[in-house]
Design a binder for this molecule. Structure first.
Ligand code: PGA
Length: 247
């Protein structure tokens, strides 16, 4: 049985005091839920959030560099995240891929670095609207999965969280239907099964992301292969995010 995992991706929103206020409230609101709940806050809030000593909410970062340290101005190393109590890190979000030019090769390095340091990667994959229209979704997503998992050992692979996020559904209000999401997520699981065998593929948690809100979460979670959600906009408000966690 896979424990569902709902993660909030705050992107470039919330100052440190705002983040503290929201997480204090959230912790109380989701305390009794049976799912894993993660908040991926901006780097500048992580240390303060960690100091709150929250137990239900786990901390995530939204990106990191793959190197242990070095001359990489403006970057954050995996060990620095561990140092402030972070357990999860989003890797290869489409905004990183599209706006900051992250390639599958770079994403793979980050996945492996996260694992080496004991961080759980939330690996994002997904297609653009044009790619979907051209019927390339499955091939593209399968390729992203194969490249991201290159060199990842089976035991480590089972701990990775995958987030399927169709780019056309991110921040647009346009959600993929539960059927569309399930279809691609089942393909992802099949690819993982080819790479690692059924047992490991069945253990890997795969989220859907893209305009998830309280109104559509139950339908998505009812699908057999969907194990949770990566939530952007709706994770900024404690009322909405807690309603999603309690799907
Ligand atoms: P959204 O973002 O929920 O605002 O569509 C999802 C994401 O980018 O992870």
């Amino acid at each position: 049985m896979r424990t569902p995992i709902i993660a909030g991706n705050w992107k470039m929103h919330k100052t440190m005091p705002e983040a503290v206020e929201v997480c204090r409230r959230l912790e109380e609101m989701v305390e009794d839920s049976a799912v894993d709940v993660v908040v991926c806050a901006p780097f500048t809030a992580l240390s303060a959030l960690s100091a709150l000593g929250l137990t239900k909410l786990k901390l995530g970062a939204q990106n990191m560099h793959f190197a242990d340290e070095g001359a990489f101005t403006g970057e954050i190393a995996p060990g620095m995240l561990i140092d402030v109590g972070v357990q999860y890190v989003i890797v290869g979000h489409s905004e990183r891929r599209e706006i900051f030019g992250e390639t599958d090769e770079l994403v793979n390095k980050k996945v492996r670095a996260a694992i080496t340091h004991g961080l759980t990667p939330i690996l994002c994959v997904g297609e653009t609207l044009d790619q979907r229209k051209e019927g390339k979704t499955e091939t593209l997503v399968q390729g992203q999965i194969r490249k991201a998992f290159a060199g990842v050992a089976p035991e480590a692979a089972s701990e990775v969280v995958v987030a399927y996020e169709p780019i056309w559904a991110i921040g647009t209000g346009e959600t993929a239907t539960a059927e569309q999401a399930e279809e691609v997520i089942a393909t992802i699981r099949a690819t993982l099964s080819e790479l690692y065998g059924t047992e490991i593929a069945e253990a890997i948690r795969i989220q859907y992301g893209g305009s998830v809100k309280p109104a559509n979460i139950s339908e998505l979670m009812a699908k057999p292969n969907i194990d949770g959600a990566l939530v952007g906009g709706a994770s900024l408000k404690p009322e909405d995010f807690s309603a999603i966690v309690k799907f």
